[in-house]
Design a protein around this ligand. Sequence first.
Ligand SMILES: *Cc1c(COP(=O)(O)O)cnc(C)c1O
Length: 459
Amino acid sequence: MFKNADARLLEDQQLTEMIADRLDRIKRGPASVSIDYDQFTRNLREFDFSEPRSLRSVGEFVSDATAFGSVPMTHPRYFGLFNPAPSYASEWADRIAAAFNPQLAVWSHAPAAVDIEIHTVAALARRIGFPDGASGHFTSGGSEANETAVLCALTRADPRYASDGARCFAGQPALYVSRESHLAWLKIAHRLGIGRQAVRLVETDGAGRMSPSALRDVIGEDLRQGAIPIFVASTAGTTNAGMIDPMVEIGEIAARQGIWHHVDAAWGGALIASAELRPALQGMERADSITVDAHKWFATTMGAGIFLCRAPKVLSEVFRVSADYMPSNDASRDPYVTSALWSRRFIGVRLFMNLAVSGWSGYAHHVERAVALIGRLRTSLQESGWEIANDSPMAVLNVIPPPRLGSSADVVARTQTHGGAWVSLASVERKPTVRICITNGQTDEADVDALHEILCLLR
Ligand SMILES: *Cc1c(COP(=O)(O)O)cnc(C)c1O
């Protein structure tokens, strides 16, 4: 189970070669799952764990299963969901974290690692324009960060929520998100015991953004019916179409009602790196809390989310606990008393390393480049008669094919079968569209031009 130093050097080298070989083959192969699935399941069944096998052979099996048995994020023609090709520095970070396996539950167990996370979160909060005193923490992903935001809102709305749960409220607590938001909100409401009915899917404005007047109307109706408005989330970069809710106006409505304003910038938050693109996020810096995922447009390995909070004192009310076997419970620095996780991996080192190696300028280039490539594709598809269905400043494009090419669903199915590129089907304002997102920092103009040809049946 364990290796001495000499064996490690040799086998680390073998692993590096194994990975390089698969990465190279992915690039030259289809942008889709390419494994012989029947053969794979037969091989998998042979693992009855009765006899030990060599690390080398198990490593080969798992490398193949992972590389070719999943939609390949590292393929430059994967124009898919927000999953990135991981930056190389974040792979290093993951490997370092794995080798030393620090436990970040309490500061005293891993003071350097905890400080690296705190330092990275602080840099992000400053870059966003949050005031001094703001802080936050790394999470398993955006869903956990969004859930933390709702917990903070419920606890601030009524401190008895901590002891009595949802029954402390005189009526149904209500959360407001747009119809185009990430529907993890439904699972969050379920898990927190306020019920899925707590989630109000507010109408959009015809362009995929939350309508402030619809929000005002729904809140007004809820107040008349005795529900208790608690929380509103603006999405900055919707999953379907990269649209940004009007955060300034929503923030003003939230302030007037005294409810928590959260910004879900899981993917789109990366625009803060670019001086040119970040004005699109105006208003985010006034929110009570923000979700950003490092494992999306910041291109780290999964799962690395971030929860940022303007006035973080509430976190220690939400997550407070003391266990006599824990060395301490200091809300200023022990992560387990200010966040949902207990045992904690060194999650934040991935963003720390990539930010240190690339700088904000490297990330600025990364997002600007992706937006420029989407611009190129937008122009070329428009010239070929496609309808543009979204108007996002981010690197995602929704298009509707001209009738001669079939429906959006036909085009997506055909492209995935073709294998030369990977795109998805998504609806924008209830219309099905072909969704194209640049998620891989190595995608280039030739890849985008190839996608254009595949979509137009020219190759
Ligand atoms: C991805 C995403 C989420 C969910 O985050 P996970 O990291 O997948 O848990 C929530 N909201 C938005 C806008 C997202 O893009």
